[in-house]
Design a protein around this ligand. Sequence first.
Ligand code: DQA
Length: 145
Amino acid sequence: MRKFLVINGPNLNRLGVREPAVYGRENLKTLERNLQQLAEQQGVHIECVQSNHEGVIIDWIHGADENFDGIVINPGAFTHYSYAIRDAIASISVPVLEVHISNVHKREAFRHESVTAPVTAGQIVGLDIYGYELAILALLQKKGE
Ligand code: DQA
């Protein structure tokens, strides 16, 4: 069975209560439950993790290279400045897709740049929490690449 790791970065544990006009009213639990339903439908294994700590996220990325077939990551604000997370993604061979719940391009200028996106297979932006499901479906299409 194919295995995918979904990593949520800082402040995403606050989904549902955090700036609902920007991030919606669904919480992390609902997001992860939707992904587990998708996993059942697709016959794959999905593991979901969240951390507010850069080093923890880096360790998960490294570990996924041996243990998963792909990663979906929302690095939160680390997206915009963490060269360490970028280097961690560049160091592994399994495909990584970056997801952002909000449309970062119509927000503050500092959110327009992603230092991590150039080392990922692709990016999904502004489709609310549905973006995570699309990312998993896209990774499933990568079979055989
Ligand atoms: C975010 C966008 C980032 O700019 C922000 O720091 C987040 C969430 C998003 O999912 O839209 O924490 O990654």
